[in-house]
Design a protein around this ligand. Structure first.
Ligand SMILES: [Ca+2]
Ligand SMILES: [Ca+2]
Length: 434
């Protein structure tokens, strides 16, 4: 409980002859032993001071002249709210770095913490061969904080370029393995040269962050009668599949608690890139779509939904999609052809279909008219892949099974869904096991 939690990190180059004021947030979970540190490359006259949310100034500065380091330590618990730090700048311009840390306010209440890392560790990276993923975990104890804003800043070897900003997502798509687990993820693809890349993450709340206190697996799927003899053999597979319908940590709104305003920052360290993909080329294909779902509107109309990947894994808008259907699941692999499957939306047509060309992470809803009507008592499969502007194909999604037959009597997932939909929801959930 005496761990120092970094609640603010700021750096920039300041002009002399002015005063700088910036704010930072102290939330209800932290506040003991708050410490403010300000480093400068060159000495800039004038001591910094802190102003609390209620207006009290803290001016008790320790200054170490050999290394141009100012420290302000609070000997009382820090007020909750927005604080200001102020520093007069007389003299020349200089680089400055500010960090603010504090410890848990209540030793019995776990604070929100953040850590950040890369899948590469801090090793050497051949970026022409190896994918680089940036992660940040936001938790209170072992409970995930969901809905937070998480942004990674990747400083490239270029000394003049701004840091590359990546919004990390906890949506279970693309680089993110599981939705709602409090681990936010994103591919990094913007390599500019060989050299060292440094990564840090900032986390904050925009009114939508919750601590998820509940981990009860949804049993909705198991309560659903599987009325088709054709599918009853799949029940055991459904049971074995702990999280239905993709890898999602269930969110329980009854026990979830809003975090309130907070900020955190965490350094992920750096990695050294030995080789980069060709500049100006496009070596990165789109990511695999992991959440394809299908609903049948009638025997010749279906509606597909999925989350958009990006042109380069999860960045940029793809050129389009190929959507394939077959009654033979094994036909829907990366070598799919029209000999064994039906292309229900091809690339040229999808590029003229604006509803499928969305930013990575956005949901796509596409209604398709089938050339041939669905046959009753037949199990079909559908799969899709994204194609980028350099004709790189993403991997085919796992096939989703569905049938055109009406379920008699309904199945009770939701009273608002028609029987066609019920059948397809059940089968659509099989994507993780097929
Ligand atoms: Ca996640
Ligand atoms: Ca690409």
């Amino acid at each position: 409980m005496n761990t120092n939690i970094k609640i603010c990190e700021w750096d920039g180059t300041m002009q002399g002859g002015s005063t700088i004021s910036e704010t930072f947030l102290v939330d209800a979970t932290v506040g003991r032993n708050l410490e403010f540190r300000l480093d400068t490359k060159d000495y800039v006259a004038g001591d910094p001071f802190l102003t609390s949310p209620s207006g009290k100034n803290y001016t008790n500065v320790e200054f170490t002249s050999e290394i141009n380091l100012w420290i302000i330590k609070l000997d009382t618990e820090a007020e909750v709210g927005e604080w200001t730090w102020t520093k007069p700048l007389s003299g020349k311009s200089t680089k400055m770095k500010v960090t603010v840390t504090a410890q848990a306010r209540d030793p019995m209440r776990l604070p929100i913490i953040t850590e950040s890392w890369m899948n590469t560790g801090t090793d050497f990276v051949d970026a022409s061969q190896q994918q680089v993923i940036v992660y940040a975990r936001v938790t209170q104890g072992d409970k995930p904080v969901v809905g937070a804003k998480v942004r990674a800043y990747v400083t490239t070897p270029s000394t003049t370029a701004e840091a590359v900003e990546l919004n990390l997502l906890d949506n279970g798509q693309n680089a993110d393995v599981q939705a709602g687990d409090g681990i936010y993820s994103r591919y990094f693809t913007q390599f500019v040269s060989k050299g060292r890349y440094a990564v840090k993450a900032q986390v904050w709340d925009e009114g939508s962050s919750f601590i998820n206190n509940g981990f009860i697996t949804s049993r909705r799927i198991l309560d659903t009668p599987l009325t088709f003899s054709l599918f009853t053999g799949l029940r055991d597979q459904l049971v074995a599949n702990e999280y239905c319908c993709g890898s999602v940590v269930p969110f329980n709104p009854e026990t979830a608690v809003p975090t309130g305003n907070f900020t955190r920052t965490a350094a992920a360290g750096s990695f050294n890139v030995l080789k980069i993909p060709p500049i100006g080329g496009d070596s990165f294909p789109p990511s695999q779509v992991r959440d394809l779902a299908i609903m049948v509107n009638d025997s010749s109309h279906v509606t597909l939904t999925w989350t958009a990947p990006g042109d380069d894994f999860d960045s940029g808008i793809v050129k389009g999609y190929e959507i394939w259907m077959s009654d033979n699941i094994s036909a829907l692999n990366d070598n799919v052809t029209e000999n064994t499957a039906i292309c229900i939306l091809d690339l040229p047509h999808s590029t003229n279909t604006p509803e499928v060309l969305k930013e990575p992470g956005e949901e796509i809803v596409l209604s398709v008219k089938l050339e041939t009507s669905l046959e009753p008592n037949t199990l079909y499969f559908v799969s899709l892949r994204a194609v980028d502007h350099n004709k790189n194909n993403g991997p085919m999604s796992r096939p989703v099974g569905f049938t055109g037959e009406i379920v008699s009597g309904g199945a009770g997932i939701s009273g608002g869904l028609n029987p066609w939909t019920v059948t397809l929801l059940v089968l659509g959930c099989l994507r993780g096991v097929l």
